[in-house]
Design a protein around this ligand. Structure first.
Ligand SMILES: NC(=O)c1ccc[n+]([C@@H]2O[C@H](COP(=O)([O-])OP(=O)(O)OC[C@H]3O[C@@H](n4cnc5c(N)ncnc54)[C@H](O)[C@@H]3O)[C@@H](O)[C@H]2O)c1
Length: 254
């Protein structure tokens, strides 16, 4: 068991990569606090993991609201007594607008969900990890955190920002046994795109990023990202800090 007796908070755990990560972490012995905006899908995750014998509690919340983001960490402390691992996975996509046409609300939402939310949870988690002797933070970024050709201006900027938060956290707390790494997934089979409004796609931006999407070697499964998150969260990665690890079948190798 690679996470035996560790306490892990996973955001966006109602679906896709977050659910696969919660299932894998629980199977590897972690006590999990799963969180999501969507109470119904979160409950499905909790029921599935409990019926498989895992330790899990679910906390519904919105990472963009400071009080709710902090409550995800505080409730892990209240329930399990500590926090060892935080996976900042909750995220949302944009509609591929270039900066010339990006709507204000799309910009604001991308920055709030993909960057400010992880800052809120990381800030609280680091405070607890400092008194608890250390911990590991895994940020689920994106290939769009390292390339301008994957998504629109807002999503790309938010994920580049998350890379910056990852590196800063890694450097600032390296001597206090807190590690922080980022995963850069390529295309993963989840509901992130199908849950979006089909009428809002920006045609020009979508055509432009489509040029790069055609070079994608293949689509990953959520478990492919969960397995990498498991390694980065575990003590096996004890000297891995500030790393940006692609999981994209080689997409960004071109
Ligand atoms: N699927 C891909 O191709 C892909 C590629 C690169 C990166 N990612 C990243 O992976 C992460 C997980 O995405 P996924 O593909 O599993 O998508 P998903 O839509 O299946 O899951 C995302 C979850 O985050 C939750 N969420 C959204 N906004 C939230 C908020 N404000 N507060 C709390 N929870 C919120 C959603 O309810 C959902 O359950 C995201 O950060 C995404 O940017 C996904």
């Amino acid at each position: 068991m690679r996470l035996k007796d560790k306490v892990a908070v996973i955001t966006g755990a109602g679906s896709g990569i977050g659910r696969a990560t919660a299932e894998l972490f629980a199977a590897e012995g972690a006590a999990v606090l799963a969180s999501d905006l969507n109470a119904g899908s979160l409950e499905e995750t909790v029921v599935a993991i409990r019926s498989a014998g895992g330790r899990i509690i679910g906390v519904q919340g919105n990472v963009t609201l400071r009080a709710e983001a902090e409550a995800m960490i505080d409730q892990a402390i209240d329930h399990y007594g500590r926090i060892d691992v935080l996976v900042n996975n909750a995220g949302a996509m944009d509609y591929n607008h270039g900066v010339g046409s990006v709507p204000d609300d799309v910009w604001d939402r991308m920055l709030a969900v993909n960057l400010t939310g992880p800052m809120f949870t990381s800030r609280r988690a680091v405070q607890c990890m400092l008194t608890g002797g250390g911990g590991a933070i895994v940020n689920v970024a994106s290939a769009a955190g390292a390339s301008g050709a994957v998504a629109g201006a807002a999503y790309t900027s938010s994920k580049h920002g998350l890379i910056g938060l990852t590196r800063s956290t890694a450097w600032m707390y390296a001597q206090q046994n807190i590690r922080c790494n980022a995963i850069l997934p390529g295309g993963v089979q989840t509901s992130i795109v199908s849950s979006m409004d089909p009428n809002k796609w920006d045609a020009e931006g979508t055509a432009r990023v489509g040029v790069f999407h055609q070079t994608m070697p293949g689509i990953l499964e959520p478990i492919d990202i969960a397995l990498l998150a498991l390694f980065l969260a575990s003590d096996e990665a004890r000297q891995i800090n500030g790393a940006l690890v692609s999981a994209d079948g080689g997409w960004l190798a071109n």
